[in-house]
Design a protein around this ligand. Sequence first.
Ligand code: NIG
Ligand code: FE
Length: 430
Amino acid sequence: MKPIDNEHTLIGPFCQVVTMAALPEAGPIADEQLQVLHNAGVLMQGERIVQVGDYTMLLKIASDNSYALEKVDQPMVLLPGLVDAHTHICYAGSRANDYAMRVAGKSYLEIARSGGGILDSVRKTREAPLVELVDLLRKRCDRHLAEGVTTCEVKSGYGLTVEAELKMLEAIQLVNKHHALELIPTCLAAHMRPPEHSDSRLYLQHVLKDLLPQVQERGLASRVDIFIEDTAFTEKEALEYLLAAREMGFDITVHADQFSTGGSRVAAEAGAISADHLEASGDAEIALLKDAGVVATVLPGASLGLGMHYAPARDMLDGGLCLAIATDWNPGSAPMGDLLLQAALLGAAEKLTMAETLAAITTRAARALNLTDRGTVEKGQLADMIAFPTDSYKEILYYQGKLKPTVVWKRGKKLEQSIRVKPEQQDPIS
Ligand code: NIG
Ligand code: FE
């Protein structure tokens, strides 16, 4: 008998493998378009998937070749690992006071005047030593991974000085080296004009000259973001900044149309990969993004946190856009950070098919990050996968975030979870 080949592993059998493969890159998706394989398995070699298909057929191949087996002994549904394409989870301090004031009816300006808002997180993040930021970020990554997120974008933007922005990006790089959750860093030094600078344009020029070259040389981020809004940067300032950053070789993404329109036009003109937020977008903005091939990343967590309406996700899909859904997890507008729950709620409110919602947090979210090696369960892709304790994929969104994955594979490595039952089977007292 041949010795066991541990380089290859067959996992399964799964009641269903929802591959998310071969779907249209943009526009509506009917549930019938989902590829759902029954009694299926996945053959992995190291960190990659080499074959997906009928379990009995794969078991024969595995036994002929003495491949290792990871037996699944209860009804399970397999999906690609989730991709959270927009977060701000590197920060210190809580903004629960802001939240209390907001729900009591205070305005954005009143909250800022009493010491809250983005600049409060900037103060606390500047004060926090690197080790503290690393520790806080690591804990948030632990939770995200346990909830099925295997790739997560993380922005800087609470430093707003060269030194503090570099500290944030270093913290992200350090956690990324040691954590199974893979982080995609983005430089958001253009989150707001910091209080030390009186001229926004000069601040952005300073970032271009004194920060971005260091970010590039040290391999700290290859993406640049800006917040376009009355309270942050104007369209003109943003376009000039983004074109210069793009010229340097950065990928572009934009905080656009959160409260007022204008940002999506800049995203289109700057050749951005994604425009994010878009709560204020209408038909004209959707058409602009469509013509420029920009991915629309909507952030239901910010709508929930701020108590405002969702972005028009249904109209976006009907208008032919590639729709991604992300958490925007941050201390101010979106403190919850539960991707599956938020996607399910948005899907229910906006009448998205299950296929559209699932695509928006897997394959289409990967597209929002310009990543082509994940987001589907198919040959050649990274073995980033999550398994739910159910026999039908429809139960995943049906339970609106309460059915969690119990097994997560990141680059072929298995991470077991402790929760093993469906929501209605959980003891309500415990
Ligand atoms: O995406 N809109 C701008 N920035 C963040 C909020 C950050 C904060 O409030 O700390 C967002 O919602
Ligand atoms: Fe954001």
